[in-house]
Each structure stands twice: as C-alpha cells, then as structure tokens.
Unconditional design. Structure first.
Lengths: 114, 112
C-alpha cells in the first residue's frame, strides 16, 4: 500500500499518560497535515508541515500537543498528560506541494483515554 | 477563518433514487471545494472537487454545483447504489490557507 499510513491504528491509554502517533505520508508529498475527528464531526485541522517546517498550528493544538517532522518524511504527534477530552480519531494527510490539491488521508489512529 | 455548514446530517434514499447534500461557506475568498467519502472505519477519500472558476462538474453518477454568489455548493448522486452508503464531508479552502475546513458530515444510507 503506497498511501498514507498511520501507526498505531488504536491506542487506549490512562489519563495522564503520554502517547505518540506516527504518520508516513506518500513519499513524494511535501505537505503533511494532522487533523482530529470526533464522533459526528468533520475533521478539524491541527497542524501543517511543509517538508520539515511546521508552518501552521491551530488553536486546537494546546501546549500538551507537539508535532515533528524531523527529516521531512514521517511525522509524529505527541500528546502529553492525556485527558479524556483528547479521545478522538487523529488523521494524518499529505498532498503535493501546490495549493488546492487533493489531500490523501491515512486511516487514522483512534485514541481512547480512560 | 472559514465556517462550513452541511445539511442534512442524515439522509436515507431508496436504491436508484438521487441524493443531494448541501453546504454553505462563509468566506467569499474560498475557491476550492472538495467532497470526501468516508466509509465506516475507513479513511476519508476524495470523490470530486470543484474550483471557483467553474459552476458545475460531473463524474459519472456524481456531480457538484457551486453558486459563488450565494456561497453554497451541493453534491448530487444519481442512481444511488448500496455501496454509496457512507458519510460524506464537504470542505472549503481559500488562497493562502494551509488546510481544509470541513462540514460536519452527512450520513447517507441507500436502502436496497
């Protein structure tokens, strides 16, 4: 499968623990996005990378969230001191380096904080 | 920022009938409007998109219309089939935006 891949697919964690998710974008895509999706809602933008540079972060990305894309390839999203409200599907997407082009999504990581 | 509203939230149609999903957007600068289909437990996938220099686009049984003046766009699915059952999301983006702004989704059920 040469699409966007995310790992793990599911994560259950206790409140207060740290979690880290990984995203591998389509290899030739320079742009990488993280979105969060809760039940009954559309994806909500979290952050955007162009190559290794994190160019935009939404207000949803609190101080407990950090994302990296160290070599401009895969990306990680870490949540520290998880809260029950962090329970959601975390989606990664990638696209070519031009505006208004198709974003290809991964299957997501479903996080449950208990 | 952009605000996208989507209606209806659920839609049931008989197989073979047409389905229409409508979205409105708030930022008149928005110029890119994709539609994504998300089947249960699967990733969102682009099914069609339209840019603001055109008013309508068709791809087999799927069409999207755009009314820039009214700031709304719609997805039309004709001759619906059970495999069309999914959640459909509209989205919008404006020049300079680094992300898509999604609607809240429409759960379409096609009854055989």
């Amino acid at each position: 499968d040469t699409g966007v891949s995310q790992d793990p697919r599911h994560k259950i964690t206790k409140r207060g623990q740290n979690v880290t998710f990984r995203c591998d974008p389509i290899s030739e895509h320079n742009r990488l996005y993280w979105y969060r999706q809760t039940l009954g809602q559309g994806p909500e933008f979290l952050t955007y990378f162009q190559n290794e540079a994190q160019l935009e972060k939404s207000r949803l990305l609190s101080d407990r969230f950090s994302a990296e894309r160290p070599k401009g390839s895969f990306s990680t999203l870490e949540i520290q001191r998880t809260e029950q409200g962090d329970s959601a599907m975390y989606l990664c997407a990638s696209s070519q380096d031009r505006a208004n082009t198709e974003a290809f999504f991964g299957q997501g990581t479903r996080l449950t904080v208990v | 920022g952009e605000n996208v509203e989507q209606h209806p939230s659920t839609l049931s149609v008989q197989e073979g009938d047409s389905a229409v999903i409508k979205c409105t957007y708030s930022d008149s600068a928005s110029n890119y409007f994709p539609w994504y289909k998300q089947e249960l437990g699967k990733r969102p996938q682009l099914i069609i998109d339209i840019r603001s220099n055109v008013g309508e686009k068709k791809d087999q049984r799927i069409a999207v219309t755009l009314n820039k003046t009214a700031k709304h766009f719609s997805l039309h699915i004709t001759e619906t089939q059970p495999e069309d059952s999914a959640v459909y999301f509209c989205a919008a983006s404006y020049p300079g935006a680094n992300n898509l702004f999604f609607g809240t989704g429409t759960r379409l059920t096609v009854i055989p």
